[in-house]
Design a protein. Structure first.
Length: 250
């Protein structure tokens, strides 16, 4: 089994290279953590959208769907949107049963770019062990696609990729990876048990702390708190079978 790691949106392989593989999209701070949380708290679906204008248009064209609009630019809520990009905002009371149009700077671009894979999973530290178990079960080659930050490598996405590689491998089930994957795995081994420290070191983490979003960092640093496996299919992120894959919530 092979799972290669790609450090930024720009490095995500083209559709023809993703065909026949599973893709895993990671934006720990904060888009994929927020998507995992929204779906765990009962959101109907999360639709990744590239621009705020497109989100407003889709909402206007489909008033009967009663979309919530969520996302950020420069890490703050977009004027006219219902929700920002903090996972802590996506409570059951706000999102249960609602479809969400979601646009963020890096994360939603990464999801859309990975669409050529046979299956596209949305991963964060919260569900990294569950995603790893699923990849091991599928025995399918995988592309682990980090969103990065503004097309640059990010510590938080890389450590999550490393966690997935670490949890995928089992006795008699080695996982081959590229050099980026080897770095990711080493980073995870070094910071396992201290993930919040690493998120505080990262450049986007420091930016979020400056904005007063320290609680988001602590939330996003939790490892393995959910077994949900959100998938991107037919233009939207959903939980397969319309609900929980485990007995937990976030
Ligand atoms: C993104 O997609 O760029 C991020 O999730 C940014 C953020 O933390 O809001």
């Amino acid at each position: 089994m092979r799972a290669d790691v790609y450090p930024t949106v720009l490095n995500i392989p083209p559709a023809e290279e993703l065909a026949g593989k599973a893709a895993v999209v990671i934006d720990v701070l904060r888009a994929t953590t927020t998507i995992c949380t929204a779906l765990a708290n009962g959101a109907d679906t999360v639709v990744p959208i590239l621009t705020p204008e497109e989100a407003f248009q889709v909402a206007r064209d489909n008033p009967e769907r009663q979309f919530l609009l969520g996302g950020e630019r420069k890490a703050v809520i977009i004027p006219g949107f219902n929700l920002g990009n903090s996972p802590l905002e996506y409570t059951e009371a706000r999102v249960k049963g609602r479809p969400i149009l979601f646009t963020t700077t890096n994360g939603t671009r990464a999801i859309r770019r990975a669409a050529g894979a046979d299956r596209v999973y949305i991963a964060s530290l919260l569900n990294a062990p569950a995603v790893a178990r699923e990849l091991a079960r599928l025995e399918m080659d995988a592309a682990i696609c980090c969103a990065g930050t503004h097309d640059q490598f990010s510590l938080e996405d890389t450590v999550c990729a490393g966690a997935i590689l670490e949890f995928m491998a089992g006795p008699g089930q080695p996982v081959e990876t590229n050099d980026m994957g080897l770095v990711a795995r080493e980073l995870f081994r070094r910071y396992d048990g201290r993930l919040a420290d690493l998120l505080h070191l990262s450049s986007h983490g420091r930016n979020l702390v400056k904005l007063g979003l320290q609680d988001d960092l602590l939330f996003c640093a939790q490892l393995g708190t959910t077994t949900h496996l959100p998938v991107f299919t037919e233009g939207q992120v959903v939980l397969p079978h319309g609900g929980l894959s485990g007995s937990d919530g976030v």
